[in-house]
Design a binder for this molecule. Structure first.
Ligand code: ADP
Ligand code: MG
Ligand code: ZN
Length: 492
């Protein structure tokens, strides 16, 4: 039988704020253990929480960007559990009346002509727990240590409906969500630092069935790759279990990235196990309509709108537009360079610039695992390079040499061209000399071409380019070679 996998994600996002959700302790990452704590976040009895306005604002902005309905009144709730990372023995979260509900995120996936619409179940606010450190592994001779610096840091939990159908869908959804959060500037979104964490709920069902199967919750993935691998492992595990006549038990499993497998952590708790009840120390959270509307009006352009604008205004392909807008800074880079090129004449300027940014620049950044911010080639220099191609100073090939030099030295393209004498040769007289020379030295290729083997032209073009030190304009080389070969054919 064929099975369909069904996935829903619960994403915890650390909200970027200076202070914690209910106290004024700083949120900086990497401080010495237990240096950013106070009686409130270390759970001293009798201390009262005071809500962080900035965190609420970021939660509301995120909810609005995801098309959610923001409640005029939401309620904080106590979620009780015992674990030493949370000294109060309850987490302040939201339960019955979350901040916002019912949104959507459109996700570009491979294999679907239209973006996949993933419904957002809810967005709510909660406080983070501390961190346990096990010096010799859990239960080791040293015992375990607890660092409460993270306790009380504001989180928002973004819960999707089970609308994803593969591990790849899950990864694309996460990427799209991360991109949106980055556009909003509400989080550092760093999975490795734990500011973006994801639990995946996975079930399978017979293909075509509409009822949901029993779900298993996966925890402890700390990279996009990890989410993908964990989901794939779980789909395979469930499929094998069902095919051999077993059934799936609802449980929570821990992903072990090193071993590439998951193991059971606990049978899934039910909501009633937590004894949720409204937090008596905090009044209901009011989000007045006018305030919400003023935040909505001030939302930035989001990735999907920008993608559409890029295809419309710059005539880019969907693919180029997606690559250029996924990261806000890269889209800004493209547009900054474009501003400097818009008055230059030339066909396909937008596409040419897009190619240089997505292929050369992104290629280098990815190869070096670098951030755009540390690129040695700023948008102005990139625009300068493309301008030199458009005005005929550089061929695409020489431009690559110039780009190499820009990358290595951070230099200006025009200066590099000057210094290295890299200006493209357009002089037909000189190119014809090189062509004649190349034909005389490569009789065999010339004869082959004349007897119909058109591919032989490639090596002749190569010979001319070499003779010119890579500086001859390739189109002119092509044309002159064909003339010299006595062929009226054009093109190559
Ligand atoms: P719980 O109360 O167990 O936490 P929720 O209804 O809150 O369950 O859903 C938690 C997450 O699990 C959501 O992301 C939801 O989309 C997902 N989910 C729910 N049912 C299933 C299922 N049968 N298969 C896969 N994911 C599911
Ligand atoms: Mg849940
Ligand atoms: Zn504190």
């Amino acid at each position: 039988m064929d099975y369909e996998s069904v996935i829903g994600l619960e994403v915890h996002v650390q909200i970027k704020t200076d202070s914690k959700l209910f106290c004024s302790c700083p949120t900086v990452f990497g401080a010495p253990p237990n240096s950013n704590i106070c009686p409130v976040c270390s759970g001293y009895p009798g201390c009262l929480p005071v809500l962080n306005r900035k965190a609420v604002e970021s939660g509301v902005r995120t909810a609005l960007a995801l098309g959610c309905e923001v409640r005029e009144e939401s309620v904080f709730a106590r979620k009780q559990y015992f674990y030493p990372d949370l000294p109060k023995n309850y987490q302040i979260s939201q339960y019955e009346k979350p901040l916002a509900e019912g949104g959507e995120l459109f996700v570009e996936t491979a294999g679907r002509p239209e973006p996949l619409r993933v419904r957002i179940l809810r967005v709510h606010l909660e406080e983070d727990a501390g961190k346990l450190i096990h010096p010799e592994g859990a239960g080791g001779a040293e015992g375990s240590l607890v660092d409460l610096n993270r306790t009380g840091i504001p989180l928002m939990e973004i819960v999707s409906e089970p609308d994803l159908r593969s591990s790849e869908d899950a990864q694309r959804y996460l990427e799209a969500l991360k991109s949106s959060l980055e556009y909003l500037g509400v989080s550092g979104c760093d999975m490795e630092k734990g500011s973006l964490r994801c639990d995946a709920n996975v079930s399978i069902r017979p293909a075509g069935s509409r009822t949901l199967g029993t779900k298993v919750e996966l925890k402890n993935m700390n990279s996009f790759r990890g989410v993908r691998d964990a989901v794939d492992y779980e789909i395979a595990r469930q499929t094998a279990a069902v095919e051999s006549g077993g059934r799936i038990v609802q449980e929570t499993r821990l992903w072990d990235a090193e071993k590439g497998e998951s193991r059971p952590m606990r049978s899934k708790e039910e909501a009633h196990d937590y004894r949720y009840f409204p937090e008596p120390d905090l009044p209901p959270l009011a989000a007045p309509k006018e305030w919400v509307e003023s935040l909505r009006a001030a939302l930035p352009e989001m990735p999907r709108a920008r993608r559409e604008r890029f295809t419309r205004d710059y005539h880019l392909t969907g693919y180029d537009a997606r690559v250029l807008t996924a990261q806000k800074e890269l889209g800004d880079y493209y547009e900054a360079a474009w501003q400097l090129l818009r008055t230059v004449r030339g066909d396909g300027r937008e596409k040419l610039l897009a190619n240089w940014v997505t292929t050369e620049l992104l290629g280098r950044l990815n190869a070096g695992k670098m951030e755009l911010a540390s690129s040695p080639v700023p948008a102005e220099s990139m625009a300068g390079l493309v301008r030199l191609i458009l005005d005929g100073t550089l061929s695409g090939k020489i431009a690559k040499t110039v780009f190499d030099e820009m990358w290595a030295t951070g230099g200006e393209p025009a200066e590099i061209v000057q210094k290295k004498g890299l200006v493209q040769v357009l002089d037909e007289g000189r190119i014809r000399e090189w062509a004649k020379e190349a034909l005389a030295r490569n009789r065999k290729a010339a004869d082959e071409f004349r007897s119909g083997k058109e591919r032989a032209l490639g090596s002749l073009v190569g010979a001319v380019m070499k003779a010119s030190g890579g500086k001859a304009n390739p189109e002119i080389v092509n044309r002159i070679l064909l003339e010299e070969l006595g062929s009226g054919k054009t093109g190559g």
